[in-house]
Design a protein around this ligand. Structure first.
Ligand code: HEC
Ligand code: HEC
Length: 338
C-alpha cells in the first residue's frame, strides 16, 4: 500500500525525466531520503502524509460510519443503485460504483482520488457559478456520473460518504496541499483527437475487458444486482453527457495514467497519442443525456475548454471543444478575458 501512495526511488528517476510532476517532488524527495536515514525521517514525518487506513479504526459508531462510507464508494450499486429492493433507496441511475472512477476506494494518485480535499470545501464551482459544499460536490457526481438523483444531506448515505471523505483527509497539516489529485496532465496534441483511430485502439486494448459494445461485464450473470466486474463506458447504464468523464481532457488523462486496469502514473502503458484518440472514441458513443446542460457554467469565461456542450464565449465550434486542438481556443480566451 505504502509504495503506491508515496513515490519510491525508481519513481524519482522518472520524476527527474518526467514532464508533469513539478509539484510532487518535495514529498517524494524527503521520503526517498527518509528510508535511508533515521534523522532525516524525523524531519520528514512533518512533511509526509499518506492516506489513513480505514481498517485501523475501532468498531465504534464513528469507525462504522466511515466504513459505511467506504462501502458506498466501492459498492454503490448494492446500497443506492437502481436495482436495490427498496425503491426509496434507488438514488443512483446506473450500476456503477463511485470507485470505478475514484480508483482504489478514492485513494489512488491521479486515479481521481478523493483524499486530502475535505478542507478545500466549500469552494467556488464554475459549473454552478457559486460556492458549493462537499455534499453538493458529491451530489454533482450523483446526478451526472451516476446518472441519478441527489442524496439528501441529512440522510445516512450522504453522512457516511462525507465522513469517509473527511477521514481520507485526516492527519494533514493545516494548509498542506494533497499531491496527486485529479487525473494528471499529459501533453496535448496539436491536432484534434481522432475517434476513428481510437476505434482501433479500443479494439486492441480495451474491448477484451469493456466488451464489444462498451457495455462492460456484469459481476454475476444472470443476476443483475451486483454491479460490474468491468464497468460500461457508454450506453444506458453509463455516466451521462454532463459528467466530468465525458470531457476529453479528463478522460484522456484518466486513461493514460490508469488504463488498462492496473496501470498507474509511474508506469503508463497507453501512449499519449493513443490515450487522446481512444478517449475521443469513447466520448463519441451514445450515453444518457442530462437535461439543462446549457445552464452549466453561467460565467462562460470560466467554462472548461473541453466542455462538449455549448454555449461558449469564444466562437469555436462544439466539435473543436469536444475534440481539440485546444491551443487556439486558449489563445482566443486569453484575448477575451478581462
Ligand atoms: C464515471 C466516473 C465517476 C463516477 C462513477 C463518480 N465520479 Fe466523482 N468525479 C469524477 C470526475 C471525472 C471528477 C472530477 C471532475 C472535475 O474535473 O472537476 C469527480 C469529482 C468528484 C469529487 C471532487 C474531487 C476533487 O478533486 O475535487 C468528489 C468528492 C466525488 N467526485 C465523489 C464521488 C462520489 C461520492 C461518487 C459516487 C456517488 C462519484 N464521485 C462517482 C468521476 C466520477
Ligand atoms: C484488464 C481489464 C481492463 C482493460 C484492458 C481496460 N479496462 Fe478500463 N476498467 C477496468 C476496470 C476493472 C475498471 C473499474 C476500476 C475499478 O473499479 O477499480 C475500469 C474503469 C474504466 C473507466 C472508468 C469507469 C467507467 O465506467 O467509465 C474508464 C473510462 C475505462 N476503464 C476505460 C478504458 C479504456 C478506454 C481502455 C482501453 C484503453 C480500458 N479501460 C482498458 C478494466 C479494464
Amino acid at each position: 500500500m505504502l509504495s503506491r501512495l508515496v513515490m519510491g526511488c525508481s519513481a524519482m528517476q522518472r520524476f527527474q525525466a518526467g514532464y508533469f510532476f513539478r509539484t510532487i517532488g518535495f514529498v517524494a524527495a524527503v521520503f526517498g531520503m527518509a528510508v535511508s536515514g533515521q534523522a532525516i525521517a524525523q524531519t520528514a514525518s512533518a512533511n509526509i502524509w499518506t492516506v489513513p487506513e480505514v481498517g485501523a479504526l475501532p468498531l465504534d459508531a464513528y469507525g462504522l460510519q466511515v466504513r459505511r462510507g467506504r462501502d458506498l464508494i466501492t459498492a454503490t450499486y448494492a446500497h443506492i443503485g437502481p436495482e436495490v429492493p427498496d425503491p426509496a433507496k434507488r438514488f443512483a441511475g446506473n450500476n456503477l460504483a463511485c470507485g470505478n472512477c475514484h480508483l482504489q476506494a478514492g485513494t489512488k494518485k491521479f486515479g481521481l482520488p478523493i483524499f486530502g480535499l475535505f478542507d478545500l470545501f466549500p469552494q467556488y464551482s464554475a459549473r454552478r457559478g457559486a460556492e458549493i459544499t462537499i455534499e453538493d460536490r458529491i451530489n454533482s457526481c450523483m446526478v451526472r456520473s451516476m446518472n441519478g438523483r441527489q442524496l439528501p444531506n441529512d440522510g445516512p448515505e450522504m453522512q457516511a460518504l462525507v465522513a469517509y471523505v473527511r477521514f481520507l483527509s485526516s492527519g494533514m497539516a493545516p494548509g498542506q496541499k494533497p499531491q496527486g489529485l485529479g487525473a494528471g496532465a499529459m501533453p496535448e496534441l496539436d491536432r484534434a483527437a481522432d475517434p476513428e483511430r481510437g476505434k482501433g485502439i479500443y479494439a486492441n486494448t480495451c474491448l477484451a475487458c469493456h466488451n464489444t459494445d462498451g457495455s462492460g461485464i456484469r459481476r454475476s450473470l444472470p443476476t443483475t444486482d451486483l454491479g460490474y466486474m468491468v464497468p460500461p463506458l457508454w450506453g444506458s447504464d453509463s455516466f451521462n453527457d454532463g459528467a466530468g468523464m465525458a470531457r476529453l481532457i479528463t478522460i484522456a488523462n484518466f486513461l493514460h495514467f490508469n488504463m488498462p486496469h492496473g496501470v498507474d502514473y509511474l508506469d503508463p502503458r497507453l501512449s499519449v497519442e493513443d490515450a487522446w484518440d481512444v478517449a475521443a472514441y469513447v466520448i463519441s458513443q451514445p450515453r444518457p443525456q442530462k437535461a439543462g446542460l446549457d445552464k452549466d457554467f453561467p460565467d462562460l469565461l470560466k467554462k472548461p475548454i473541453d466542455t462538449p456542450y455549448g454555449p461558449y464565449a469564444d466562437g469555436f465550434s462544439e466539435q473543436q471543444h469536444k475534440y481539440g486542438p485546444y491551443a487556439p481556443i486558449r489563445a482566443a480566451l486569453a484575448r477575451i478575458k478581462p
